[in-house]
Design a protein. Structure first.
Lengths: 430, 430
C-alpha cells in the first residue's frame, strides 16, 4: 500500500522519480562505485519526508530499533544482506552479542530484538542479548504474548572482553545509541568487533556532521544525474553553544533560522511552492524526539515560552542540550486515511531491506512524527525497494519505494563518510 | 506448496532435516568459512533428488536457463545476490553482454533471458543479448506474447574484444554451455571478464570432476555435522573410453555399474531400503538429457539394443560420446497430483535465490526428468530457502526448502573447487 499524496504540487517530485527510473542502471552503478571506496554501517534506518515537491532524509539512525515493523516478506532479503555484512566485518565470528536499548518493557522493542536474533542466527551466528541496565543482576526471561520468549542477560566484563554469562562473543552489535555516554563495560574492548563502532553512538555523533556529509553526497549525485540537489537535500545550520535558559548563544540560533528560511523562500519561489516555510530546531546529538521545535521565523525563537525553553534545554536522557541543529522543515504530504505518514527505510550493509510508514493520527504535516509518548502505526512497504517497474507510472508503489531506497542510500553513504571522518583512529583511512 | 513424499521410508531424511534445523547457525558458519577460501560461480542451478531416505544432487548446471520459473517473490533476493556477484567479478562494469543459448525459439527460454536482463539491470548494468548463431546476421527483435520484447544481436569480434553492434561490454555472461566447443569469436578475449570462465563450458567440464569434488565436500560436511555422507552423496564411477557401437571399453562400464550397484546394495541394506537399486549412465560432458540410460544390472549393459547403443553413442550436439559417468540412481519420491517431481535450486553467487519443482506426468520415479522433448511443469518454491522455521516440523515447506538449499550449496561449493582445479591458469591459486 502506498499512502496518498495530497499535494497538488507533485510536479518536481514526479520529475525526480522519472529521472530515477530512467537512470536506474546508471544510479545503481554510481552506488556500486561509491561503495568501492566506502564501508557501509552494519545497519541503518533513515526517516524520509516526501513533500510532493521534495524528497529528503531528515534523520539517520545507526541503531535502528524497528526491524519488527518490516513486512515478513523481506526476511530472506534481510538475511542475505546480513550475511554480506557479517562476511565483511567478522567473517570468522561464531558468537554475537546484541546489546539492547533500555526499553525492554516495550513489546515492539522486544520484537525488534527477536527479529534481529532470528536474522543473525541465519547468517551462522549464535546470538544472545545483553543489557547495560545496572539494575539487571541476572538473566531475565521475558515471555512474549505470542509464545515466543527472550532472554536478556547483564553485560559484564571478563578481562579485556565483553561477555554475558559464559558466552564470549567475537562480535558485539550495539542496538543502543549510548546517548548517555559510553559505559565503562564497553570501553577498550579491542579484542572484539564492536558494531557500529563506539564513535557512532550519540555520545560522539552529531547530526550536523551527518548532514554536512549528506550535502556533499547529494551534490555529487545531483551533478551526476543533472537534478537540483535541493530536491533531495534539507538545508541546515548548526550552533555549538546555545543556552536555552540564559539565552546565551541565541544570536547564532536566530542567524541560523534566518539563513535556512531565506534559502527555503528562494527555492519555494523557484518551484512555486505556496506553503509557508518552517524549520526544525533539535539537539545536534541524540535520536529521540524530545526538545524538537518547529518555528516559522526568528521571532518564534525570540518569543519561546519558558516551558518551551525548559523542554529544549534538556535532552530525554537528562543531559543538557547546548549544541543544536536548525534543519529545513520538509512537510510530509503523504497521508493514509487522513493521518500523516512518513516513510522509514531500513538498510543492512549497503542494501535496502525494506521500510514502513510511520503513520500518525494526531500530528500535522509540519510536525515531528517521531515523538515520545505518541503512538504510531507502522505500515510495512508492500514491496522491496530494489525493484522498480519501468512499465508503470513513476508514482506507483514499486517506483515510489525505489525512489525512497535511492535517497535513503544517499543518507547511508553520508553515514559511512561521517563515520570515517569521526573515527578516532584515522590511520585506517589512507 | 510442497509435493507429497509418497515413501513410507522417510526416517533417515527426516533425521537429516532435523540435524540441519538444529545445526543451522553452525551450518551457516561452516559455509561462511568455506566461502572465505573459494569463489562461487556467478550463477548455478542444481537438480536434486529426494528419495525419502536420501537427498542428493544429480546434476549441477553452470549455465542455468530456467530463472523465469522462479517465483516473482524472489526477484529482490536475486537482485541483491547479483549485486554481490557483480561487485566481486566486475565492480567497475557498465555494460554486460548475455550470450544466449541457441534455443531462442522457445518461449520459456526467452523469458529466462528477460529475467536475467531485468535483474542485471538493477545491479547497475546496461544489458544486451547476443547470439552465437552463425545464421543471425543482424539484430532481431522478438516480440513476446505478453507485450514484452527482446532484441538479440549477433556476437562479433572487434579486435580483441567481444562486441555486439556498437556495444562494447566489460563483462560477458555466458548462458550457453558451449557443449559444441568454444567458438572462435569467444577465444582469447583477455580484456573482458567472461563469466563463467570458458573452462566451465561442457567443452572442458566433466561431471566426474564435479562429483569427485562434491564427494570431498560432502565428506567434510558430513564429518562436521556427524551424518553419513551417503545420505547426501550419489555414488559414481566414470569411464574415459567407451565406444557404444563397437563395444570397446564396455568392460570398464560394466565394472563401474557393478561397483556402484554393490555399494548401493550395501547401503540399502543398512537403511532397510527395499527399492531395487538402479544406476544412470550418461555422457560425462554435456547437460542435455540425450543418451541417458537407466539400468539395474551389468547384464542390462551387455544386452543394450542396437537402438539404445546408437542413442548413447552420440550426444544431442551430434558429437560422439566416449566418456561416460555411471551415477547412483536416486529415485525421486516426491509427487504432485501423482506426477513425479524433482527440486531444482537456483543460486547466484553464494546465495540460494529460489527454486522450483520440475514436475513430470509421463515419467516414473526412477527416470531422468530432464528429458528432451518432454514437457515439464515448473512449480516455484513457495518460500525462499534461507529461512527455516525452527518451531515447525522438519518436513514443513520452509524447512524442506532449507534442506534443499543446504545440499544445493554443497554442490555449489563443489563447482567452485572443480573450476579452480580445471582452470588453465593455475597461477591464480597460490
Amino acid at each position: 500500500m502506498v499512502p496518498h499524496l495530497v499535494t497538488a504540487l507533485k510536479g518536481p517530485l514526479l520529475e525526480l522519480e522519472r529521472r530515477f527510473l530512467e537512470a536506474t542502471p546508471q544510479i545503481e552503478r554510481w552506488f556500486r562505485l561509491e561503495w568501492q571506496e566506502r564501508t557501509p554501517p552494519f545497519y541503518c534506518s533513515t526517516d524520509l519526508r516526501n513533500a510532493g515537491f521534495k524528497l529528503a532524509p531528515v534523520d539517520t539512525n545507526l541503531f535502528p530499533g524497528g526491524f519488527n515493523n518490516l513486512s515478513e516478506q523481506v526476511l530472506p532479503l534481510a538475511i542475505q544482506a546480513a550475511m554480506v555484512a557479517v562476511d565483511k566485518y567478522c567473517p570468522e565470528a561464531r558468537n554475537l552479542l546484541v546489546i539492547a536499548e533500555d526499553r525492554l518493557e516495550q513489546l515492539d522493542y522486544r520484537q525488534n530484538l527477536l527479529w534481529l536474533a532470528k536474522v543473525l542466527r541465519q547468517t551462522g551466528l549464535e546470538v544472545r542479548i545483553g543489557s547495560l541496565d545496572p539494575a539487571l543482576e541476572q538473566s531475565q526471561r521475558i515471555d512474549l504474548a505470542d509464545g515466543q520468549m527472550l532472554v536478556v542477560e547483564p553485560v559484564r566484563r571478563h578481562g579485556r572482553r565483553i561477555v554475558v554469562d559464559e558466552f564470549n562473543p567475537c562480535t558485539v552489535l550495539l542496538n543502543d545509541d549510548l546517548s548517555q555516554g559510553v559505559p565503562q563495560v564497553l570501553r577498550n574492548a579491542h579484542e572484539q568487533t564492536v558494531l557500529p563502532p563506539l564513535h557512532a553512538s550519540w555520545s560522539v555523533r552529531r547530526k550536523s556532521t551527518h548532514f554536512g556529509a549528506y550535502r556533499e553526497v547529494a551534490r555529487r549525485f545531483a551533478k551526476a544525474f543533472q537534478i537540483d540537489p535541493w530536491l533531495i537535500d534539507p538545508g541546515f545550520s548548526s550552533c555549538g553553544q546555545v543556552d536555552f535558559t540564559s539565552r546565551d548563544g541565541e544570536d547564532c540560533l536566530i542567524a541560523g533560522v534566518e539563513s535556512v528560511l531565506r534559502q527555503m523562500r528562494s527555492k519555494y519561489r523557484e518551484y512555486k511552492v505556496t506553503e509557508k516555510p518552517f524549520v526544525i530546531i533539535k539537539a545536534d546529538a541524540g535520536t529521540r524526539g524530545m526538545g524538537v521545535l518547529s518555528v516559522r521565523s526568528a521571532d518564534d525563537v525570540r518569543n519561546l515560552s519558558a516551558a518551551q525553553r525548559e523542554l529544549m534545554a534538556v535532552g530525554e536522557d537528562g543531559l543538557p542540550v547546548t549544541e543544536v541543529i536548525v534543519q529545513e522543515g520538509v512537510p510530509t504530504f503523504e497521508t493514509i486515511n487522513d493521518a500523516v505518514a512518513e516513510p522509514v527505510v531500513y538498510m543492512i550493509d549497503r542494501y535496502v531491506v525494506g521500510g514502513f510508514y510511520r503513520v500518525h493520527a494526531e500530528r500535522g504535516p509540519n510536525e515531528n512524527l517521531n515523538a515520545p509518548g505518541m503512538r504510531f502505526v507502522p505500515l510495512p512497504f508492500a514491496s522491496s525497494c530494489n525493484l522498480p517497474d519501468a512499465q508503470a507510472l513513476p508514482e506507483e508503489a514499486a517506483n515510489r519505494f525505489y525512489a525512497y531506497g535511492v535517497v535513503a542510500r544517499l543518507a547511508l553513504l553520508a553515514a559511512s563518510i561521517e563515520l570515517e571522518r569521526t573515527d578516532p583512529d584515522q590511520s585506517l583511512y589512507g
